[in-house]
Design a binder for this molecule. Structure first.
Ligand code: MGP
Length: 259
């Protein structure tokens, strides 16, 4: 694995993982606490989250869906590697390790990596995840020659206020996707539910845009590139599902799959 780059926030957690688990998040994040078993079905076994993780972790069913889709290019039981470039407290990395290939989980906040490592242990997958502290802009270029099979990114959206605009601006993520595509053509990025199809087409060109629903409510949007496009979509519908649209200018193909 590459050396840890210097631009890293080397701050250890103020609380231990056990203290994080025992602590309820502040009042304004209360809705996430009430959904804690939807975020992690093993939450009660000791899952530890900090404040940013409470509102940014991918709910487990959606993360498992991402993992099954990335398994199309990085199957479980092979030497394939998935990079989770903004791993946070580990929600996606855990599911990649469970359903797909080995994971290199990167985050620039060392304190959050401590929680992610702990959470991977709770799920019994820590041996299939390497955690690395680093800034994606520094780390991704170092991974180019290393045979990465897919890159997944769940970047910060600017906090829960992302919803205050009717059409979330996707343009700031174009450079990030371009950087990831130099590491592997197979890239997935998790974006807000309020991104518009036409803005995605204008900013990214051809890709697949997938709407992720839980309990019948739209939660997130995932864009897929490379060989991930159109792979792993079983045409079904339900309360927990993913609706997909191929982005090619304004043309679209829709399908749905159970999470
Ligand atoms: P949400 O803002 O809680 O929307 O985020 P929800 O649940 O539709 O709101 P409500 O008004 O219907 O109650 C939904 C999901 O988006 C979260 O569970 C996270 O998975 C994801 N998410 C939210 N934020 C603010 C971020 C972020 O900054 N980065 C990333 N990667 N994911 C986020």
């Amino acid at each position: 694995m590459p050396d840890v780059p210097p631009a890293v926030a080397l701050r250890l957690p103020e609380l231990t993982p056990a203290e994080h688990h025992a602590r309820k998040p502040p009042f304004h994040l209360g809705k996430y606490y009430s959904q804690r078993h939807r975020l992690f079905h093993r939450f009660s076994e000791g899952v530890a989250l900090d404040d940013e993780s409470w509102y940014s972790v991918t709910p487990e069913k959606i993360a498992a869906h991402h993992a099954r889709r990335l398994a199309a290019v990085a199957p479980a039981g092979t030497d394939a590697v998935i990079v989770d470039a903004f791993c946070g407290c580990g929600g996606n990395a855990i599911q990649f390790a469970h359903h797909a290939a080995h994971v290199l989980a990167v985050d620039w906040t060392a304190s959050r990596l401590v929680l992610a490592t702990h959470n991977a242990r709770v799920y019994g997958v820590s041996e299939r995840v390497d955690f690395m502290a680093g800034d994606v802009n520094v780390v991704l270029p170092t991974l180019r020659p290393r045979g990465v099979h897919a890159v997944f990114m769940s970047p910060p959206w600017g906090g829960p206020g992302y919803i205050e605009t009717a059409a979330y601006d996707v343009r700031p993520f174009v450079k990030l996707v371009d950087l990831a595509r130099l590491v592997s053509p197979n890239v997935a990025i998790l974006l807000p539910k309020n991104v518009r199809h036409e803005d995605v087409a204008a900013a990214f060109g051809a890709c697949e845009l997938e709407r992720n629903y839980l309990g019948g409510s739209l939660k997130t949007t995932t864009l897929y590139f490379g060989d991930l496009v159109g792979r792993g979509c079983v045409p079904e519908t339900g309360q927990d599902c993913a609706m997909s649209k191929r982005v090619e200018g304004s043309a679209g193909r829709e399908s749905a799959s159970m999470l």
